[in-house]
Design a protein around this ligand. Structure first.
Ligand code: PLP
Length: 396
């Protein structure tokens, strides 16, 4: 059975049991004030983050330099927790402020020399991805953007564009604009067959769609905490452990060196993914993000995915019944955590829904992003209001 078959076999829609679900919901104060269906943009953050913030202030108030030891352990613990969630070994993930920084650091590892100088990507990337790669044209990178102009990936075209001239394939696991997912197993197979590496932007899946990086054999995975991981302001980078030794980032900093904590000049690289670190790390966001990650790990990715599919299916069923065009793929194994709807005057509709405390986002389409803490009843309430707004707000 291939990885993609395994992924589809796991695509069962089943809401969490009511008791544990209510207990989980109670941990997210944001849910008390609105119907929050915006996790594809910014996820809800658990109440216990308040304790982390209070401890952090206490640490600053009573400052001593040896605090750093505990902070570094906290940073390492968060990175290893992300690793566990994506099926990676400890030490294979490093964190930094955002995905853009980490992607540029990866990009800085390569010499873009013909004949292997191409970076194959798609037209469904979050804007930072083409922006970073365009900047690397200066160093010889040749960008090959494969697109359909539509909401889905053209995997056949993508496969055709990957050949012996391809250095890197940089794609999302799911599109931020349509929610469509990509068959990574097929892509990795094709890329590795011709000697190319695969870099995946998994910001829109990690935390809501299972991802097993070791089973896939994918080379590099990036993502972040503030959407589906219920965290705040930190991003992560996984690099395949047997590849790390071949990569030397030019965009770097002293924390990537083998003697960082001796404050002597380093002559080599730190072990594992730590060689992709930069300067002085910022621990607060990892410490705060640990709380949400632990909650998700406690539920487990298969149960989260099953709950998510039940929620997204309800959105699709209600939209189809109401005649609202669904932009996202409707097949379970082809959709991520968000359902995009084509609603005329969508931005204004989003604003009017927000006035009713029904929160979603708009990026050309109305994006409805339920997470493990949402209920089917909330989705019905949202869809009732959406239908009403399409009729001009007749129930206001
Ligand atoms: C797919 C995807 N990639 C990247 C980002 C963000 O990148 P960065 O952390 O650099 O802001 C987002 C959303 O914010 C996203 O949806």
């Amino acid at each position: 059975m291939s990885t993609s078959d395994l992924e589809s076999a796991a695509d069962v829609a089943r809401p969490l049991d009511a008791g544990p679900h209510a207990a989980l919901r109670a941990k997210f104060p944001l849910l008390e004030s609105c119907v929050y269906l915006n996790s594809n943009s910014t996820g809800a953050v658990p109440r216990d983050v308040e304790h982390v913030l209070a401890r952090y202030w206490e640490t600053l108030r009573t400052w001593r330099d040896d605090v750093w030891q505990g902070w570094l352990e906290g940073l390492g613990r968060y990175a290893d927790s992300v690793a566990t969630l994506i099926g990676a070994p400890p030490g294979s993930v490093v964190t930094d402020a955002n995905l853009s920084t980490l992607l540029a650091r990866v990009a800085s590892c390569f010499d873009y020399r013909p004949p292997r100088d191409r970076v194959v990507t798609t037209d469904l990337e979050f804007p930072t991805v083409p922006f970073v790669w365009n900047a690397f044209r200066r160093y010889g990178a040749r960008l090959d953007v494969v697109g359909t102009g539509g909401p889905r990936f053209d995997e056949d075209a993508l496969e055709r564009h990957i050949d012996e001239r391809t250095l890197l394939v940089c794609v999302p696991h799911a599109s931020f604009s349509s929610g469509a997912t990509l068959d990574l197993a097929r892509l990795v197979r094709r890329a590795h067959d011709v000697g190319a590496l695969v870099v995946v932007d998994a910001f829109q899946t990690v935390g809501v769609v299972p991802l097993d990086v070791a089973a896939l054999g994918v080379d590099v995975v990036l993502g972040g905490s503030h959407k589906w991981l219920c965290g705040v302001g930190t991003a992560f980078l996984y690099v395949r452990p047997d590849l790390v030794g071949d990569l030397e980032p030019a965009a770097t900093g002293w924390q990537a060196g083998d003697r960082a904590m001796t404050f002597q000049p380093s002559t080599g690289w730190a072990a594992g993914a730590q060689r992709f670190a930069g300067g002085t790390p910022y621990p607060l966001t990892s410490l705060a993000s640990q709380v949400g990650l632990d909650l998700l790990a406690g539920v487990g990715m298969p149960a989260i995915r099953a709950h998510s599919l039940a929620c997204t299916q309800r959105i699709i069923d209600r939209a189809e019944a109401a005649g609202i065009p669904v932009v996202s793929p409707t097949e379970p194994h082809r959709r991520g955590g968000v359902v995009c709807l084509d609603v005329p005057d969508g931005e204004a509709v989003k604003r009017r829904l927000a006035e009713r405390n029904l929160v979603c986002s708009w990026r050309g389409y109305l994006r409805v992003g339920p997470h493990v803490y949402n209920t089917l009843e909330e989705i019905d309430e949202f869809m009732d209001a959406l239908e009403s707004e399409r009729r001009g707000g007749d129930d206001r």
